[in-house]
Design a binder for this molecule. Structure first.
Ligand code: ADP
Ligand code: ASP
Ligand code: MG
Length: 418
């Protein structure tokens, strides 16, 4: 008998009928002889609605109060799922983040989990319960409620699986696994049976929102075997994400993703002296703002331009920081570009194959897509393009790297906003 952690996303618990279907999937795992901990997200688009509601009250909601508000979504679904399981004659108990003891750092709206106390969970499991845990939320050592960032229930599930040394963590969602790109953009796309933690982590970080990046990070750190599978086709095994040692099996490009949530900021006419970049990025870091792509270029008049991208969520605080620094940095203009998307290819097999980057740039050029910035890491190449070109770029790159399939994926969601 093992411990299985299951996670069901918002679409899987969107209405009472779907909650009963989830209850059946949970009971099925229990009937297989396993102890089951099930993590759920808020129903349907609840989190989006709560954010909209807050914005109708004030354009600048306080981050502590936002966490207080958003954490209610998951509390609704855990209670309903526990009731549904009980109605089928099984023992179940719901627990919110605080009751479980999911301890996080005190950074509202993007807290990281630092510890999970397992004693209460273990006790309830030993009493024969199926445990239904609220995803996406935690509590600071001072008792403040926090949330883990959009899509964070995946991370709650993997962290609980790691803490309980579970046999497996199954992420049930509205698609049949991890595909080479978002199947809503390219329906004729290959499904991946097995992918390494490293590749999945890069893909999640560059916009494949099928998994929250920190869930993959945690799975990798604690070696939790992770599966992404369909809540509607329970017999399908989906995609297994594991550590793989043999580099020979890697494809040059395993996946393509886009992220249109970034904004590009350019500071012009900066003096070409030591310390400018340190001052700029040091101040942004102090304000807890993560910078993604960076390019510095020297103009013919001997001044520098620095362009960088930040997440749209951090835009206001970035501008506040820059306005305060502008005089000290002796910067000229600050130019903003919001109509951008970052398109990336990821694959552990691209290591030492310089031709892959050239193929990517050629494919974009052939489709008349201009590249504004480029960044690379060992297993990833990203190009910043006009937002309106993002979908075409994804389609072109899937074709270029042989990721299309003759079969069409079964997709339920709306077309994403890239
Ligand atoms: P959940 O509510 O279950 O957490 P999400 O919407 O967060 O579901 O994630 C599932 C969605 O991720 C799918 O509907 C799919 O369109 C999208 N997606 C993006 N990239 C990929 C990919 N590479 N493989 C599979 N799904 C992807
Ligand atoms: N409900 C949260 C969100 O919509 C967390 C999650 O779904 O994982 O982002
Ligand atoms: Mg999700």
């Amino acid at each position: 008998m093992g411990i299985i952690v299951q996670k069901f996303g918002g679409t899987s618990v969107a209405d009472p009928q779907k909650i009963h279907n989830v209850a059946k999937a949970v009971i099925r795992e229990k009937e297989n002889g396993n102890d089951v901990v099930v993590v759920v997200s808020a129903m349907g688009h609840t989190t989006d609605h709560l954010i909209k509601l807050a914005k109708e009250v004030t354009s600048t909601p306080d981050s502590r109060e936002m966490d207080m508000l958003l954490s209610t979504g998951e509390q609704v679904s855990i209670a309903l799922l526990a009731m549904a399981i009980q109605s089928h004659g099984y023992k179940a108990v719901s627990m919110n983040g605080q009751q479980v003891g999911i301890v996080t750092e005190c950074i509202h709206s993007k807290a990281r989990i630092v510890d999970i106390k397992t004693d209460k969970l273990q006790k309830k499991i030993e009493e024969g319960n199926i445990i239904v845990v609220a995803g996406f939320q935690g509590v600071t050592p001072d008792g403040e409620i926090t949330t883990l960032g959009r899509g964070g229930s995946d991370t709650s599930a993997v962290a609980i699986a790691a803490a309980l040394k579970a046999d497996r963590c199954d992420i049930y969602t509205d698609v049949e696994g991890v595909y080479a790109t978002d199947p809503r953009i390219v329906p004729n796309i290959q499904k991946t049976d097995v992918i390494s933690y490293e590749e999945m982590l890069e893909l999640a970080r560059v916009g494949a929102n099928v998994l929250h990046p920190r869930s993959v990070e945690t799975a990798k750190q604690f070696n939790v075997p992770l599966r992404v599978r369909s809540s509607f086709k329970l017999d399908n095994l989906g995609t297994l994400i594991i550590g793989v040692d043999n580099m020979e099996i890697y494809k040059p490009v395993a996946g393509v993703a886009a992220d249109s949530s970034q904004i590009r900021i350019l500071l012009s006419e900066l003096p070409d002296i030591p310390g400018t970049a340190a001052k700029l990025f040091g101040s942004l870091a102090k304000s807890n703002i993560s910078v993604d792509m960076i390019i510095q270029s020297l103009a013919s008049n001997g001044t520098n331009s620095i362009a960088f991208t930040v997440d749209a969520e951090d835009f206001e605080s970035t501008m506040t920081t820059l306005e305060a620094l502008k005089a000290e940095l002796k910067a000229g203009e600050i130019l903003i570009d919001k109509d951008i998307a970052k398109v990336s290819i990821v694959g552990a097999g691209m290591v030492d194959r310089p031709g892959i980057a050239a193929d990517m740039f050629r494919s974009l050029a052939e489709n008349n897509i201009n590249i504004k910035m480029i960044s690379t890491s060992e297993i990833k190449i990203s190009c910043l393009v006009e937002k309106e070109n993002a979908k075409n770029a994804i389609k072109a790159l899937c074709k270029e790297f042989g990721l299309e399939s003759t079969e069409s994926a079964d997709v339920k969601g709306d077309l994403p906003d890239v």
